[in-house]
Design a protein. Sequence first.
Length: 96
Amino acid sequence: MYRRSWRSYVLRRNLVVVLFVSFVLVGALIGKLKLGEAADLAILLGWIGVYLAAGWWLTDWKCPRCGKVFGHRLWTQRCISCDLGKDEVEAVGRGK
Ligand SMILES: [Zn+2]
């Protein structure tokens, strides 16, 4: 249970990181393509929407012990409901 939960968390966190990195790349690409202001803005707004959705998905991660939302912030280290630490989930999730 903890292991599956941790894998799910890592997947979500990596997605947010990948999106953040590619946001910089897309920004550089937009600057080179010179599609015009309207197209630039549309791509940027679309990207921000995708990024916010991924961020929301990450904060929607459920605590493996109490089954409630772990925390409303990406950097929450302990469950807001049962005080389970993220490092404890990680330790079990990695098979220690
Ligand atoms: Zn909890």
